[in-house]
Design a protein around this ligand. Structure first.
Ligand code: UDP
Length: 346
């Protein structure tokens, strides 16, 4: 597949925003897990463009080879097609290890709870060991799910909140294993002085987030339904909230975390502090796609967090990052990307 127009636009924007730090990545060796996924493939595109050498570990369980096949041709990108929990050694000397591999879609991880746990436990352990051996920086992409379903008084949620997670509920395979990964990262930091950096990502979206199939996250799913004239399926009464961050902003934050040494041993919320209900989201998507789809209500998901909104003051104050893409602008780019894929597949 050739680089999609909307991705190219985003990468150009990142070139501009990150002009001061991009040189650091020239000739850098980066081991990335989950590099064929949504966020990972954006990261790979950017880093290859900036001159890095990448070894990617991905079993293509949720990622797509289409997103990275143009990178193979550069000769600076290699793929190991294996689950991360099975990779103990690599013939590569990484300067940075980015551990992103995970099944992040609730419907997906609830169907594959064991694999989900293995990638976030044994997988994290394997990658930490590789980072330790080479004294590499270890970037772990964690999740807002470590907070579970916070009480209202912890919305917006700061990093120091400990979370309210059901340890045996259907989401626990993801939430608890991400929490254990964070604990493991901090243990390596304390015991071996490994340079670990943790991000907690709050509902990022944009081109390349899966729109097809039963596992699509809410934004691409609503867009697909709206474009196809199918009912837009809101779970529960739609009053539950999320805070959505456009992929370009998410990637920018990760680059800053990787390049700023004040981030060593730290954890950062990465998200948007604009909270929106799922019903309002459905209405906006219907409007932007000019769709005649009706909005229908389906049963609520088990243990679905009622509100999710990050307190981002830590990353704003420490690293000078903030989300800049307006929701409607990011949605239009996502709609345009999904439209071109629908056209190509028909
Ligand atoms: N959602 C929905 N309809 C759908 C898919 C999701 O109403 O067809 C809701 C879901 O119940 C949750 C929110 O949208 O409240 C976000 O779901 P997503 O799967 O994107 O991931 P989450 O933020 O829960 O991890």
């Amino acid at each position: 597949m050739v680089l999609e127009h909307e991705v190219e636009v985003g990468l150009n924007e990142l070139d501009r925003r990150l002009e001061k730090v991009r040189d650091v990545f020239e000739e850098m060796n980066i081991l990335i897990t989950g590099g064929c996924g949504f966020i990972g493939s954006w990261m790979c595109d950017l880093l290859i463009r900036w001159g890095s050498n990448i070894l990617c570990i991905d079993n293509l369980s949720t990622g797509k080879i289409d997103y990275i096949d143009h990178l193979m041709k550069t000769g600076r990108f290699k793929l190991i097609n294996k689950p991360v929990e099975k990779v103990k050694e690599v013939e590569f000397r990484p300067d940075v290890v980015i551990h992103m591999a995970a099944r992040a879609s609730p419907e997906d991880y609830m169907m594959h709870p064991v694999e989900t746990i293995l990638a976030n436990t044994l997988g994290t352990y394997n990658m930490l060991e590789i980072a330790r051996k080479h004294d590499a920086i270890f970037l772990f992409t964690s999740t807002s799910e470590v907070y579970g379903d916070p009480e209202d008084e912890y919305i917006p949620t700061p990093e120091k909140y400990w979370g309210r997670v059901n340890p045996i509920g259907p989401r626990s395979c993801y939430d608890e294993s991400k929490r254990l990964s964070e604990a493991m990262c901090m243990a390596y930091h304390r015991e071996y002085s490994l340079d670990v950096r943790i991000t907690r990502i709050f509902n990022s979206y944009g081109p390349r987030l899966r729109w097809d199939g039963a596992y699509a996250r809410v934004i691409p799913r609503f867009i697909y339904q709206a474009l196809m004239g199918q009912p837009i399926t809101v779970h529960g009464d739609g009053s539950q909230t999320r805070s959505f961050t456009y992929i370009v902003d998410t990637i920018e934050a990760h680059i800053l975390v990787m390049t700023d040494n004040r981030a060593r041993g730290e954890v950062f919320n990465i998200g948007n502090n604009r909270e929106i209900s799922i019903l309002e989201l459905a209405r906006i998507i219907k409007e932007l796609t000019k769709s005649s789809s009706e909005i229908v209500f389906k049963p609520q998901r088990p243990d679905d967090p009622k509100r999710r909104c990050p307190d981002i003051s830590k990353i704003v104050n420490m690293l000078g990052w903030k989300p800049r893409t307006e929701l409607r602008e990011g949605l239009m780019l996502t709609i345009s990307w999904i439209k071109s894929h629908l056209t190509a597949s028909h």
